[in-house]
Write a protein that binds this ligand. Structure first.
Ligand code: KIV
Length: 272
């Protein structure tokens, strides 16, 4: 039986390698707020990511550099209240894992106590030991390689990573080191399809791709992007599963027209 019909229980960390071993794909979408969490709680999606992309999508910043642990924890708590049936991953934001053990562990503690079941940490260089320490502390860690948006300024923009052979080898080695550090899954963002497939074959933990082609063990998209809330944002890797912008615009315009014409509220929506 497919996991989609029967499985209402929340995934645990043990399900991730099991899914890979069973060749069952893993789905993840971002979620930042209580209302969306309530909706997603009733869907088949496997896991929710409170991504630091919320700095851009919810707060209008031009990069994820502006997210803080306090901001992330506020959103994690709202999502945890709305989606009790979902495995929730909270992003460690910009520099949160780079300022020494105490600060990093305080950040992890804040996200976990806000309701996350795991944290995601971008990058690998200079933080493998820290990631192993977090894992050894009983906190599941999801890695994130390829395009790591917190490093947008260091990378010179939001670009596909690992196109050059040397860069691709380095990404493969970094993936192995993250697996050795104890990560339970690995996001691969914006890497060539063949490289994502090679990494996926080389490690036993599941890879979850965004802009990484079809051969990863799972896929993740930003909820608002897949719902088409911003029709102008259509990078190659994105598919719009709804016309969200159009739907909201037309509903609000209908409301506006009915208010102007005096047909809302009618007797039906009024108290006697
Ligand atoms: O912050 C985020 O939304 C992410 C996903 C795009 C993987 O890290």
């Amino acid at each position: 039986m497919s996991h989609h019909t029967a499985e209402t229980r929340r995934l645990s960390i043990l399900d991730f390698p099991a899914r890979k071993a069973a060749k069952e794909k893993i789905s993840m979408v971002t979620c930042y707020d209580f209302t969306s969490a309530q909706v997603l709680n009733g869907t088949d999606v496997d896991t929710l990511l409170v991504g630091d992309s919320l700095a851009m999508v919810m707060h209008g910043f031009d990069s994820t550099v502006h997210a803080t642990v306090d901001l992330m924890a506020l959103h994690v708590a709202a999502v945890a209240r709305g989606a009790p049936n979902k495995f929730i991953v909270g992003d460690m934001p910009f520099l949160a894992a780079r300022k020494g053990l105490k600060d990093a562990m305080d950040g992890v503690q804040q996200l976990m106590q806000a309701g996350a079941h795991a944290v995601k940490i971008e990058g690998e260089k200079g933080q493998v030991e820290l990631m192993a320490h977090i894992v050894d502390s009983g906190v599941p860690v999801m890695g994130h390689l390829g395009l790591t948006p917190q490093s947008v300024h260091g990378l010179g923009g939001h670009k596909v990573q690992g196109k050059a052979e040397a860069e691709a080898r380095e990404l493969l080695e970094a993936s192995r080191r993250l697996e050795d550090a104890g990560c339970f899954a690995l996001v691969l963002e914006c890497v060539p399809t063949d490289l994502a497939r090679e990494i996926t074959r080389a490690i036993d933990i599941p890879t979850i791709g965004i802009g990484a082609g079809p051969h990863t063990d799972g896929q993740v998209l930003v909820l608002q992007d897949m719902l088409g809330m911003n029709p102008g944002f259509k990078p190659k890797f994105l598919k719009h599963y709804a016309q969200g912008h159009e739907m909201v615009t037309s509903a609000v315009n209908r409301f506006d027209a009915e208010v102007r014409h005096g047909c809302f509220p009618s007797a039906k929506e009024s108290y006697r």
